[in-house]
Design a protein around this ligand. Structure first.
Ligand SMILES: Nc1ncnc2c1ncn2[C@@H]1O[C@H](COP(=O)(O)OP(=O)(O)OP(=O)(O)O)[C@@H](O)[C@H]1O
Ligand SMILES: [Mg+2]
Length: 510
């Protein structure tokens, strides 16, 4: 042991002296030959040091995108038995509060063996010097793994071992997969190392297709559609279409649009990217956000009619505004211009992101838009190809009610069902309201009490709807009567003017 230590310290001091001499020689070497010096010195080191080192960075590329390879290595190493021998471990995610994912901590090393070949993994962290002055030091950290092995095993490691690591890492992450809910950060916070465009939390919404109350046939149609999409990689490639699908969910508030998105995400096990359009500065940023979403994601824009002026009137309004602007004083005009720079995402920008050439970057992506007012949307936005499937979520009818009764009260039939069926056909009540009435409010409330509560609420709603219809009819009749009177008055005035005209003519002639 002592001999080994002495040997290492000798190697260390030799290397240090070599580096020192090398730095001085390099300094006085003509600039043009420094490249050659580096190549030959690396070769020389190669003769003395027989190991090869490969580095895997956490972030790659110009946009500092998270590296999938790094993530797979991390997952693989966390599950590797050799990790348990590391002294310092880091806890990562907790899946269903059951299992803890552990990985080796920064600057920790482990030894692995593959087909009898020894190799070393080191987890490293580089903190840039500027970080010591930063308020957010963590943002300037760069993590990477290094793999070291003897050069005679180069082929085995670079082909078989690394493929094995990545494949295993992928398989483990699929087994431990947790659906995540992402939201876009404001464009001003994107820059700086490791700042991301999207932030996320673990998605724990319990909605599923079993809990969604709707016509079972329609529900099955949606599930089949999702299945076809998920397994459609080759089919989409064959027909020459980007592997993506758009769903438009529309209907009154409280009919289950958001719940349907949650059910879709849980069914497909895709992450949700909830896009808040109002905090996207312009079309370029919108495109960057889209590129930053990986495969197997659901990109959601809720209440699309409220997010932006997407009703096709944008250009016309802008023209009118420009004319108005010419008359305004310069200070006010400038303030308004600054305000206008806040979000400049346009309808055409959004259209191109969903079904333009950019939409084909990456695959297996689902777009979901929701709205309460489908008629307000521009037809170009909801045409097939952009929104391929339109799903209407509407008031609760008997089939949907049965699902809610099963979920909330654990019953499949009851003598009050027939009465409820009639009332639901005659009254428009949202599934949200039906569900609220079905929910027991104390331990003493059983199914019968809850169903009676629902009947009462439906009768009240029916009575209110009848009164409202009567009131509407009365107002309409009054309006028509007023219109009729107005028309008669106008006709009379016209007649009077004509009569007066002829009278004046007669007087003139006489
Ligand atoms: N079809 C449904 N099936 C099961 N539960 C529903 C359904 N519709 C509504 N609910 C219940 O009502 C509540 C509101 O539903 P949700 O948020 O999905 O409605 P929404 O259509 O998105 O409404 P909004 O248009 O106001 O966003 C949820 O808590 C959900 O449990
Ligand atoms: Mg909603």
């Amino acid at each position: 042991m002592v001999g080994m230590g002495a040997l290492w310290s000798q190697v260390g001091s030799t290397l240090a002296s070599f580096m020192f001499i090398y730095a001085i020689v390099k300094e006085y070497f003509p600039y043009q030959f420094r490249g050659y010096l580096e190549i030959y010195s690396n070769k020389l080191v190669g003769y003395v040091y027989p190991y090869i080192q490969i580095t895997f960075h956490e972030h790659t590329g110009e946009r500092f995108k998270r590296s999938e390879v790094y993530a797979n290595i991390r997952t693989y190493l966390s599950a590797s038995p050799s990790s348990s021998r590391a002294k310092r471990l880091k806890a990562h995610d907790i899946k269903d509060n059951k299992s803890l994912v552990l990985s080796m901590d920064d600057n920790e090393a482990i030894t692995e063996e593959f087909h009898g070949v020894k190799l070393w993994w080191t987890s490293c962290k580089y903190v840039s010097k500027a970080a010591s002055f930063s308020f957010y030091p963590a943002s300037d950290e760069r993590r990477y793994y290094t793999l070291t092995f003897h050069k005679r095993h180069r082929d085995l490691i670079t082909s078989s071992y690394l493929n094995h690591v990545i494949k295993e890492g992928k398989a483990i992450s699929i087994r431990n997969r947790q659906v995540k809910l992402y939201t876009n950060n404001s464009s001003d916070n994107w820059y700086g190392y490791k700042r991301t465009k999207w932030s996320h939390i673990v998605f724990e919404h319990p909605a599923s297709f079993n809990t969604i109350a709707m016509d079972p046939k329609k529900k099955e149609e949606i599930i089949n559609d999702l299945d076809m999409f998920k397994q459609g990689k080759n089919y989409y490639a064959k027909i020459g279409k980007a592997w993506k699908r758009g769903y438009l969910l529309y209907g009154p508030p409280g009919t289950g649009k958001s719940s349907m998105i949650a059910a879709m995400a849980n069914y497909l096990e895709y992450d949700i990217y909830d896009l808040e359009l109002t905090s996207v500065k312009n079309n370029t940023d919108l495109r960057k956000l889209l590129i930053d979403t990986p495969n197997k994601s659901i990109i959601v824009i809720e209440d699309i009619d409220c997010s932006l002026d997407l009703t096709g009137q944008r250009k016309k309004k802008k023209k009118e505004k420009d004319e108005e602007d010419e008359e305004k004083d310069p200070i006010r005009k400038k303030a308004e211009e600054e305000e206008a720079t806040k979000s400049k995402v346009t309808l055409s920008g959004l259209l191109n992101v969903i079904d333009g050439i950019w939409s084909a970057c990456g695959g297996e992506r689902v777009f979901v838009f929701t709205t309460n007012y489908v008629e307000k949307l521009d037809p170009a936005l909801i045409r097939r190809g952009r929104m391929d499937k339109h799903i209407v979520l509407s008031y609760c009818r008997f089939e949907a009610f049965k699902v809610l009764a099963g979920n909330y009260l654990d019953i499949e039939s009851h003598h009050l069902f027939s009465k409820i069926k009639c009332l639901l056909e005659e009254t428009d009540m949202t599934p949200a309201d039906v569900a609220e009435n079905l929910m027991p409010k104390s331990l003493n409330e059983d199914a019968e009490i809850c169903l009676k509560k629902l009947i009462e609420a439906l009768e009240v709603a029916k009575e209110e709807a009848r009164k409202k219809a009567e009131e509407d009819a009365r107002l309409k009749a009054e309006e028509e009567e007023a219109k009729l009177k107005e028309n008669m008055k106008e006709e009379k005035e016209e007649k009077d003017v004509k009569c007066n005209g002829t009278l004046a003519e007669d007087v003139k002639q006489n």
